[in-house]
Design a binder for this molecule. Structure first.
Ligand code: ATP
Ligand code: MG
Length: 462
C-alpha cells in the first residue's frame, strides 16, 4: 500500500533534519565537556599551586600549611568533596589524605589524571615544586582531587539549553511542514472531491483555476479523457436514435401489412401477396438488426490480440463461397486473386464481415453480367485487400459520405446504409484504413483496405 504523500514528505524532511540535529547535539555536548574540563582543571591547578606556595622549611623540617583560599576555590552548590595530599621526596606524607593516589607515571608536571577514592571517581592534578635547603633539593608534590558533581552540572548547564533549542527547532519544522502540506494539498483534495462527487453523465471538464503547475498535466489528461467520453456518449446517443428511426420504418410497414392481411379472406389471392410483403419486411428488419449488432461489435472490439493470426486467404475464400449464389443470380462473374502471405492480427469474425460487406456491395450495385474481383496481396508491412467491380462506381462528391452510418447512395437499393461504416470501424479497430476510388479506366469502383501484416509472436504489443 502506498503511504500518504504527507507522511512521505514529512519523512523526507525530518529524517535528514533529525540526523543533522543528532550530530550537532553530539558536537555541542563534547564542546560543553571540554569547557567544563578546562574550567575544572584550571581550578585544580590553582588550588595545588596555592598549597605548594605555602610549603616552607620550619626549623629544618618541611611544613605544609593549607591556606583556606586553596580549597574555597571549589565552593559550589554541588558540595563536591575535595581531597589533597602533600608529599615530600618520594613518599613522605606532609599532610592530607594518605589514600589519594599519585599519578601512575607523570612525565611532566602539572599532571592531570582521573582516579578513584573511597569508591568515588575523582579528577586530580599533581603539581611539583623543588625546595632548596642548604644545598639539598627536595621535590614536593601537591595532589588535589575533587569529585565530579559541579563538573557534571556545568556540562548540563552548557549543553541542555542548546539541546532544548534544537528540540524546539525540530518541533517547529514538523509543525511548519504539516501546516504547509495541509495547505498545499488542499487543491488536490478539492480536485478529488470534484471528481468523486460527479454524476455518472456529468461530463463537463474539470476547472483548473488555482491549481499547482505539477497538477495541471493530470487535470489536462483527465479532461481529455472526459472529452473522449463525451464524444463517445454523443455518438452512442446518435446511434441509438438512428437505429430506432431505421427500425421504426419497417415496423410501421409491417403493421400496415399485417392489418391488410387480417382483412383478407383465407382464399383471397391478395393474402399471398400480403404475406410475401410481410416476409420481405421482416427479412429487412433482420438485416438491419444484424448490421446494427455487427457495428456495435466492431465499435467495442478491443485492439487485436497479437497472438491471434488470421489468414485473409481463408477469410476471403469462405466469404466468397457464401456470396457466390447471390453473384450467380445476377450473372456476375465473381473471382479471387489472392497472392502471398496474407496473415493479419485480429478477429476472424469481424474480418469476415468486412470482406462480406465489400463483396456484397460490389455484387449488389454492379449491373447484371458485370465482373467483381476480390484481390489480396502483400505490400511491405501491409496486407492490401481490394474489391474491384465494373459497376456504376460512386460519384466523387458522394465518396466522402459513403462511410457515414445510414448513408445510402441509390435510394432505391434495399440496403441499410451501415455496410461501409462497419467496414471502416473494423479496419480502424485492426489498425488499418479503408478507401474507395474509381476502378481501372475510371470504370466501376475499387474499395481497398490496408491492414498491418502479422508480425509473429516475437514482438509483443507494449
Ligand atoms: N461497389 C459499389 N458500387 C457502387 N456504389 C456503391 C458500391 N458500394 C457502395 N456503394 C454506395 O454506397 C452506399 C453505402 O454503402 P453501404 O454498404 O454503406 O450501405 P448499403 O449497401 O446501402 O447498406 P448495407 O450494406 O448496410 O446493407 C450504397 O448505398 C451505395 O449507394
Ligand atoms: Mg452495403
Amino acid at each position: 500500500m502506498m503511504a500518504s504523500l504527507r507522511a512521505r514528505l514529512l519523512w523526507w524532511v525530518l529524517l535528514p533534519l533529525a540526523a543533522f540535529m543528532f550530530v550537532t547535539g553530539m558536537l555541542s555536548y563534547s564542546a560543553a565537556r571540554q569547557t567544563a574540563d578546562l574550567v575544572q582543571d584550571n581550578a585544580l591547578l590553582a588550588s595545588a599551586r596555592t598549597i605548594g606556595e605555602d610549603v616552607t622549611w620550619v626549623n629544618g623540617a618541611l611544613s605544609a600549611v593549607i591556606p583556606p583560599a586553596a580549597l574555597e576555590i571549589f565552593e559550589s552548590p554541588y558540595h563536591d568533596h575535595v581531597f589533597y595530599k602533600v608529599v615530600a621526596g618520594r613518599d613522605r606524607l606532609l599532610g592530607g589524605s594518605p589514600d589519594l593516589a599519585l599519578p601512575e607515571q607523570a612525565e611532566a608536571y602539572p599532571a592531570f589524571y582521573d582516579t578513584m577514592l573511597h569508591g568515588q571517581p575523582l579528577r586530580a592534578v599533581a603539581y611539583q615544586r623543588q625546595l632548596y635547603d642548604s644545598g639539598t633539593v627536595l621535590p614536593v608534590t601537591v595532589v588535589v582531587g575533587k569529585t565530579q558533581g559541579s563538573r557534571m552540572a556545568m556540562i548540563e548547564d552548557l549543553w541542555h539549553p542548546q539541546l532544548a533549542r534544537q528540540g524546539l527547532m525540530l518541533a517547529l519544522a514538523v509543525a511548519l511542514v504539516l501546516i504547509g502540506l495541509t495547505t498545499e494539498l488542499r487543491p488536490l483534495m478539492k480536485l478529488k472531491d470534484d471528481v468523486a462527487d460527479r454524476e455518472p453523465m456529468q461530463l463537463e471538464p474539470i476547472r483548473v483555476a488555482h491549481l499547482h503547475s505539477e497538477l495541471r498535466p493530470i487535470v489536462d489528461a483527465i479532461n481529455q479523457c472526459i472529452a473522449r467520453l463525451n464524444l463517445q456518449a454523443s455518438t452512442q446517443r446518435q446511434f441509438i436514435a438512428d437505429a430506432a428511426h431505421q427500425l421504426r420504418t419497417p415496423l410501421t410497414l409491417l403493421d400496415t401489412q399485417v392489418q391488410f392481411a387480417c382483412q383478407c379472406s383465407p382464399h383471397d389471392p391478395a393474402l399471398t401477396d400480403a404475406l410475401a410483403g410481410i416476409r420481405r419486411t421482416s427479412r429487412k428488419m433482420i438485416e438491419i438488426t444484424n448490421q446494427l449488432l455487427l457495428l456495435a461489435q466492431a465499435e467495442s472490439a478491443p485492439k487485436p490480440a497479437a497472438d491471434a493470426a488470421v489468414d485473409m486467404t481463408q477469410v476471403v475464400s469462405s466469404a466468397l463461397e457464401e456470396l457466390v449464389l447471390a453473384a450467380q443470380r445476377r450473372h456476375i462473374d465473381l473471382g479471387a486473386e489472392l497472392d502471398g502471405d496474407l496473415r493479419v492480427a485480429g478477429s476472424e469474425h469481424l474480418l469476415g464481415a468486412l470482406v462480406a460487406n465489400l463483396v456484397d456491395n460490389a455484387i449488389r450495385y454492379t449491373q447484371e453480367g458485370g465482373h467483381v474481383t476480390a484481390a489480396g496481396r502483400r505490400e511491405g508491412d501491409e496486407v492490401v485487400f481490394e474489391v474491384v467491380d465494373n459497376g456504376p462506381g460512386i460519384p466523387a462528391e458522394l465518396r466522402a459520405h459513403v462511410f457515414k452510418r445510414f448513408f445510402r447512395g441509390a435510394s432505391d437499393s434495399d440496403g441499410t446504409g451501415l455496410g461501409l461504416a462497419i467496414v471502416r470501424r473494423i479496419a480502424q479497430s485492426h489498425g488499418g484504413t479503408v478507401a474507395v476510388a474509381p476502378g481501372p479506366g475510371r470504370v466501376g469502383l475499387v474499395a481497398s483496405v490496408r491492414l498491418p501484416a502479422w508480425r509473429g509472436l516475437e514482438e509483443p504489443t507494449r
